[in-house]
Write a protein that binds this ligand. Structure first.
Ligand code: GLY
Ligand code: MN
Ligand code: MN
Length: 485
């Protein structure tokens, strides 16, 4: 018995931290990944420097309800920590603590608090961060104020300038607002009105807000094999949702119901969230590039529906768009526009490989689209200025749907979207048979050694493949709910 009690006493602190994880999926990025990313950043830091990162702010939704918390992607990438009110410092060189310990990274996190955890969920606390995330120098954020390091000794203090609005919680002297204020004091951050001038001021001091975004862009741009797995999963889930919706969609459905089917399938595959607000626009709503109201109650038989949605799986997001005819068959004009967008996409994909830039891919799509619009009589000359294709064709994806842009040309293991589109709003300066046609086709492409891999291939792209799939039965065909009066 005595032995059992001793064993339990010994195990209790571990149980407290290991128990919750049993509920968690096992395919999250592990602490070795995050540690490796911190080292990769350290390797890139200039000599005698420190990089400082802050957690994302919490955002108020209304009254006493906040938006679901989402960690700053750089912070998550480097730590795996998903809670607010934290600050991370990564040093180029070893530092010596008062007790003589050597360290080259340190993190301050929100403390454990039984009452808060009962209401809003588990916290790791400093001990949890050590055991679960492998950051050995972890302290409660209340300690940051006292953290007495001489910042003047560094040649450079790298951080992202404070462009986020951060609310002060007057009851918490170690919330994000206070951590930022304390940091500003420690490093002699210039006065309030010169916030935007830190970069300029940095000639006179050691503050540097320019270099960290560039370094993080390069690091996050090239995906590791662990990241690739998660992006693959997010994209596959999104592609499967597009497939299922193609079967399930019927005239008379609302944009929101169609959104709901996509998002139900995301959750069914255990995606925790969407990577960005879902865009489901029928007819001319598709001309609004980031249309997220999704309010149209009845989608008409004659309309196209543009569906741009991405599942977020363990932090990584897909970005996939399909545009389909609600009736199951493209009209002649819809098909002409659709095939032109597809041609632009395929021409760009042919050029997708290391060494090309996303601007060059955009130009390829723009040339195809302009030529096609002339052939269809929608514009008069290829050089005519128009707003039918008002965006670029590519961006990187990862922890952000619009991931930081790495400098230079595409490299192996970068992941980009290829997403040309044509949007013809009502009253556009062309024959009105084209009005209300909006098409975007968006796929996610992994750049390989000598080409690319189409990650979103599970969702058909060719018009005839879409029409064929739309004829197939759906598991949701018989799903009916009683009317609510
Ligand atoms: N879903 C936003 C975009 O395609 O960039
Ligand atoms: Mn996109
Ligand atoms: Mn998109």
């Amino acid at each position: 018995m005595k032995r059992l009690i001793i064993l339990l006493l010994f195990l209790t602190p571990f149980l407290a931290y290991t128990q919750p994880s049993e509920d968690l999926p096992s395919d999250f990025l592990n602490q070795e990944f995050h540690k490796g990313r911190r080292q990769a950043l350290r390797d890139k830091l200039p000599s005698n420097s420190v990089a400082v990162f802050f957690a994302n702010p919490t955002r108020n939704r209304s009254n006493d309800v906040d938006f679901v918390y989402h960690q700053d992607p750089n912070f998550y990438y480097l730590t795996g920590y998903k809670e607010p009110d934290a600050v991370l410092l990564i040093f180029k060189d070893k530092q010596t603590a008062k007790n003589g310990a050597q360290y080259d990274e340190i993190i301050f996190v929100q403390p454990r608090n039984a009452n808060a955890e009962m209401w809003t969920g588990r916290r790791l606390g400093d001990e949890g961060v050590k055991t679960k995330l492998g950051l050995n120098q972890a302290f409660n954020n209340t300690e940051f104020k006292k953290y007495n390091i001489d910042f003047t000794k560094f040649d450079a203090i790298l951080f992202h300038d404070f462009n986020n609005d951060v609310r002060d919680n007057p009851k918490d002297s170690a919330d994000l607002y206070s951590l930022i204020e304390q940091f500003k004091q420690k490093v002699n951050y210039p006065s309030k009105e010169s916030t935007l001038n830190v970069a300029r001021e940095s000639k006179k001091n050691n503050l540097n807000t320019k270099e960290l975004p560039v370094l993080m862009g390069m690091l996050r741009g090239v995906k590791t094999k662990e990241e690739l797995e998660l992006v693959r999963k997010a994209v596959s889930i999104s592609g499967m949702a597009q497939r299922e919706v193609m079967k399930a969609i019927k005239p008379g459905m609302s944009e929101r119901e169609i959104q709901g089917i996509h998002e139900y399938i995301f959750k069914k595959y255990e995606a925790e969230d969407v990577g960005y607000p879902s865009i489901v626009g029928a007819g001319h709503n598709g001309c609004i590039l980031h249309y997220i109201e999704n309010y149209k109650p009845t989608v008409a038989n004659t309309e196209l529906i543009l569906m741009d949605l991405g599942a977020e799986y363990h932090g990584y997001t897909a970005d996939v768009t399909r545009t389909i005819p609600i009736s199951g068959k493209f009209s002649v004009e819809q098909r002409q526009i659709y095939d032109l967008v597809l041609k632009a996409q395929e021409e760009a994909m042919k050029a997708c490989k290391p060494g090309i830039t996303t601007q060059e891919l955009s130009t390829i799509t723009r040339n195809v689209i302009n030529r096609g619009l002339v052939e269809l009589g929608i514009i008069k000359t290829e050089n005519e200025k128009h707003l039918y294709y008002p965006h670029g064709c590519c961006h990187h994806i990862g922890l952000d749907v619009h991931d930081p842009i790495p400098q230079g040309k595409l490299q192996e293991n970068m992941i980009i979207t290829v997403e040309p589109g044509i949007y013809i709003p009502e009253n556009a300066n062309c024959d009105k048979r084209w009005w209300g046609i909006a098409v975007r086709i968006e796929d996610d492409c992994l750049i390989t050694k000598d080409g690319f891999e189409l990650l979103s291939s599970s969702a058909p792209r060719k018009a005839e493949e879409i029409e064929a799939l739309m004829k197939e039965p759906s598991a949701l065909d018989d799903f009916e709910l009683p009317e609510i009066k």
